[in-house]
Design a protein around this ligand. Structure first.
Ligand SMILES: [Zn+2]
Length: 175
């Protein structure tokens, strides 16, 4: 039995519990679609950093910082199963080895296609590079928009965030 078997059946139950008729035309194929989508969005669990990085390490003489900017990040927050998306920026100081350029975006993608929180995603990318590329130093920054905050109106519930947000807006209109 694969790790995702039975998802379609359970999506059908969720649709019914939302008050929908899972058999109406528009919803008939939805459970199977959701199952395929969920498998795709969590395929990072079937991959590992060693396979991605170790076969693509190159010896280098230089020690200038390697910077890979604007890597697309599409992930699912583990608290709400809603998307968060944005850009990752990775920099490291090589210590005799660099990873093939396409490998860092693949590594980001692998960790992003698991259930995540942004902070852990950042740490996992950095420590995988540390373990496998063994650089002198590594930094990872992720800028992301979280659907669970955007859709649920979190600003309204969090007084401090709301005030910060409003004062930022006031400041930028004053310019
Ligand atoms: Zn969330």
């Amino acid at each position: 039995m694969s790790r995702s078997d039975g998802i379609a059946e359970q999506v059908r139950a969720i649709l019914a519990s939302a008050g929908e008729d899972p058999n109406r035309e528009g919803l008939q194929k939805t459970p199977e679609r959701v199952e395929r989508t969920f498998k795709f969005l969590t395929q990072g669990y079937t991959q590992d950093a060693e396979t991605i990085l170790n076969k693509a390490l190159f010896t280098v003489e230089y020690d200038e910082m390697v910077i890979i900017k604007d890597i697309d990040v599409f992930s699912l927050c583990e608290h709400h199963l809603l998307p968060f998306y944005g850009k990752a920026h990775v920099a490291y100081l090589p210590n005799g080895k660099v990873a093939g350029l396409s490998k860092i975006p693949r590594l980001v993608d692998m960790f992003a296609r698991r259930l995540q929180v942004q902070e852990r995603l950042t740490v996992e990318i950095a420590s995988a590079i540390e373990t496998h590329v063994k650089p002198r130093g590594v930094g990872v920054v992720i800028e992301a928009m979280h659907f669970c905050m955007m859709m649920r109106g979190v600003f309204r519930d969090q007084q401090q965030t709301r005030e910060e947000f409003l004062s930022l807006i006031k400041r930028s209109t004053a310019l």
